[in-house]
Design a protein around this ligand. Structure first.
Ligand SMILES: [Fe+2]
Length: 337
């Protein structure tokens, strides 16, 4: 594969999954970036190097970014509008059964036109891309373009336990007043995912499952959210993070927007094996679309760029690499059924 392979973004599907149709908000604010945005730059960022990643691991990562400090995203009017939408959707939140987020809404971009337009807003995309240092698009898995996480009613449960994400980049938007929260901090481990796996007695490929374990305080950094309407951008497949337990009950809503790099010359970080077991409406078709999108563009690049003198072995290897996403998703879908 070439060093740089810039893909065109996958378009939003022409019809939403039938199971989402009853939950689409009929009456909601209309997204208006000139009124709702107040984007600012973060004061600082942690790189993957800062988190202990070595050069071999960095070479396989989509960008050097670990996680930014919080920065302003919404204007007061934008915060009010996005909170109105997220509170309206809360009645239909799903309840998790594992050590991950106990109360959440996946596929929020299917349910809310406001959130869909926020996910696809060109100004937001340019800002997030600039922070990541690479061109990003709304994630090709529509399910992952926007998640809303709500605090559990039972405060003895972690809001979310230590984990890595199943998609490469996300922006975590704090929609509740963080100064009123006791606990409920967004925290990061100051170590690589390999070191975190060693600490939890597991492997990197199991880190998405979530680990509700305590870690020495000197290995933890917290996002210092000063107000609602701010957010951080992280390379969530590499930064091990959690929302710590709320010490007293309180409103804690975060909206997580998911992104995919448009440079797909490296390995696809999307955890399709895990996603195939999620059971969310439309997820099987989304996985098929994701794989078809990736492999079709890899095949097109191969058709135009393959060395005319390629040997039989290298031509076969190139074809196998181009269809790897399709093969991987077929296998994930067949084993999930
Ligand atoms: Fe996460």
């Amino acid at each position: 594969m070439p060093d740089q392979l810039q893909f065109a973004p996958l378009q939003f599907p022409t019809r939403i999954p039938a199971d989402y149709e009853p939950f689409v908000l009929a009456d909601e604010p209309v997204w208006n970036p000139s009124v709702h945005l107040a984007l600012a730059a973060p004061a600082e960022s942690l790189s993957l190097s800062d988190l202990g990643y070595d050069s071999a691991e960095l070479a396989l990562a989509a960008s050097p970014l670990g996680v930014t400090a919080p920065f302003q995203v919404f204007s007061p009017a934008g915060l009010e509008a996005v909170r109105t939408v997220c509170l309206a959707l809360q009645a239909n939140a799903m309840v998790g059964t594992d050590d991950r987020a106990p109360s959440y809404i996946p596929g929020a971009g299917y349910r809310s036109k406001f959130i869909h337009n926020l996910c696809h807003d060109a100004t937001v995309l340019a800002h997030v891309s600039s922070l990541a240092g690479i061109k990003l698009a709304p994630h090709s898995m529509t399910d992952c373009q926007a998640y809303i996480n709500y605090a559990p009613r039972d405060v003895s449960k972690a809001v979310d336990s230590w984990h890595i994400d199943s998609i490469a980049f996300d922006m975590v938007l704090m929609l509740s007043d963080p100064t009123k929260l006791v606990g409920g901090r967004l925290e990061f481990l100051k170590v690589s995912r390999q070191s975190a796996s060693d600490l939890f007695g597991t492997t990197v490929d199991q880190l998405h499952l979530g680990y509700a374990v305590e870690v020495p305080q000197d290995q933890i950094a917290s996002a210092q959210f000063s107000a609602a309407g701010t957010g951080v951008v992280q390379q969530g497949t590499h930064v091990v993070h959690r929302a710590s337990r709320l010490e007293t009950a309180g409103e804690r809503i975060t909206l997580v927007l998911g992104y995919i790099p448009l440079d797909q010359s490296g390995p696809d970080p999307t955890n399709v094996d895990y996603m195939s077991a999620w059971g969310h409406p439309g997820i099987s078709a989304e996985l098929a679309r994701h794989a078809a999108w990736l492999s079709s563009q890899h095949l097109a690049a191969l058709a135009s760029q393959i060395d005319p003198d390629a040997s039989a072995a290298s031509a076969a290897t190139a074809l196998r690499a181009a269809v790897a996403s399709v093969e991987r998703v077929i296998s994930a879908l067949e084993s999930s059924g």
